[in-house]
Design a protein around this ligand. Structure first.
Ligand SMILES: [Zn+2]
Length: 446
């Protein structure tokens, strides 16, 4: 069997190689990454399965068999596709895997070829060491997360559930250092908002462009967009946000604590969010308090001199755990008025890991705190969605934990890296993450 480089260097090399493959979705073309990982895992006599879901679209699933003495399988799941990147706006080309300023640069460096590389490296080492874990460890590298999961986790869960059914899963989003109010937090994703994509159809009398109509479909649509832009959706308080604030409060000077606790009340929370000076923080935190609705696609008319009778607006709606599709549509109608026709294009309920506490969550906490005793590990909700939506349908408890250490003074903010220009990962932080994840997997599967 092939000799392997040290674990952290193995992960670094694989991440570099994966970053050099352009898997912008659409079209995805994840096949090249899948073939690469297949070769890497076969070097240590693992027998991955490749599952094609479309032309150039493929998923890889590998399993290291365990005794079962510790329990059911642990799934490590990473998507291989990435969102687009405009090279003109990057310091280093987005598919170069360049090494500069102590970082590996490239689209997918933190979202999330890093977990694909770490997971593969860990599996390779376990296999080479001849470890027989106490439970099966499944590694899944999947396609199409960024465009809705149809060719990836959804395909696997619907067509090949036996390959990916697990009791526990580790995926995105979480595990990165978040420096806030003097404390380092490590969020672990245990909830994600639901989605409810809606087509709003406005209708009015068609007519000739030479005689404007105040009530035309297009004007109604424009008013609808303006209304959404200024709407204040009702706050729905959740455990995730309350506990996050409580964790921050616990680390503040005693005098400030009661004030911060007060923030746990929904009405105040919304008010304070509007006062946060950092727009990015305000936006992402604000999205955790309410259902949201972003107008995205606008369609109306085809001729300059014709007032169309129909104007359509697609709305990207996201729902808070505890909120149903009907709840959201009610809130949307309250903003857009009674006349608009609302059609749900795609919808999926929020995903939650309940209860949050579990043996895996405990191990994650232990392993992070063993290395950073002053840090705080907190459960975390994300406003977007991930492969958790589909994988958790098979009953696994999902923890978003793709560990990476980001130093406070590095000038790197995880949130800016995600889908942003100049996506990169600190190499030392990748090494740290690989070691933490390896320890988590070994302890949990002992
Ligand atoms: Zn992602």
């Amino acid at each position: 069997m092939a000799a392997l480089p040290p674990l952290h260097l193995d992960a670094q090399q694989m991440l570099t190689d994966l970053l050099r493959m352009d898997t912008t979705n659409p079209p995805g073309n994840e096949r090249a990454c899948v073939d690469y990982l297949d070769r890497k895992l076969r070097e240590v006599d693992l027998q991955p399965t490749i599952l094609e879901s479309g032309p150039g679209r493929a998923n890889l699933v590998a399993r290291l068999r365990g005794t079962g003495a510790a329990g059911g399988p642990l799934l490590i799941a990473a998507h291989l596709d990435v969102v687009e990147a405009d090279p003109a706006r990057w310091k280093h080309p987005p598919f170069s895997g360049a090494e500069a300023d102590g970082c590996l640069w490239g689209r997918g460096a933190v979202d999330m070829k890093n977990l694909a590389a770490m997971g593969a490296a860990i599996l390779r080492k376990l296999a080479r060491d001849g470890v027989r874990p106490g439970r099966d460890i499944i590694f899944a590298a999947v396609a199409d997360e960024e465009a809705g999961c149809d060719f990836g986790s959804r395909f696997l869960v619907e067509q090949h559930p036996e390959l990916v059914r697990a009791d526990y899963a580790i995926g995105e989003v979480g595990g990165f250092s978040m420096h806030l109010a003097g404390t380092t937090f490590y969020p672990v994703q245990v909830a994600e908002k639901g989605l409810c994509w809606v087509r709003a159809r406005f209708t009015g009398e068609p007519g000739h462009g030479s005689m404007p109509r105040r009530d035309s479909a297009v004007i109604q649509l424009a008013e609808g967009i303006t209304a959404l832009g200024t709407a204040k959706f009702p706050v729905h308080s959740t455990r995730y946000v309350r506990e996050f604030i409580a964790a921050i409060a616990a680390r503040q000077p005693a005098a400030a604590r009661p004030l911060l606790r007060l923030l746990g009340t929904p009405e105040l929370m919304a008010k304070v969010v509007r006062l946060i000076p950092d727009v990015g923080v305000a936006r992402s935190f604000g999205a955790l308090l309410t259902n949201t609705a972003s107008p995205t696609v606008v369609r109306a008319g085809s001729k300059t001199n014709v007032i169309p009778g129909v104007a359509e607006l697609e709305i990207d709606g996201r729902t808070i755990p505890g909120q149903s599709e009907a709840d959201f549509l009610g809130e949307l109608r309250a903003v857009l008025g009674p006349d608009v026709e609302l059609e749900v294009i795609k919808s999926a309920p929020p995903t939650v890991t309940e209860p949050i506490e579990s043996p895996l969550f405990d191990v994650i906490k232990q392993q992070v705190l063993a290395r950073e005793p002053d840090a705080v590990v907190v459960p975390y909700m994300i406003p977007g969605f991930t492969d958790a939506k589909y994988f958790s349908k098979l009953g696994c408890k999902w923890y978003g934990f793709s560990p990476v250490k980001i130093e406070k003074d590095s000038g790197i903010k995880f949130a800016d890296m995600f889908h942003g220009n100049d996506e990169r990962i600190p190499i030392a932080g990748l090494h740290w993450g690989t070691e933490v994840l390896d320890a988590v997997v070994r302890q949990f599967c002992a």
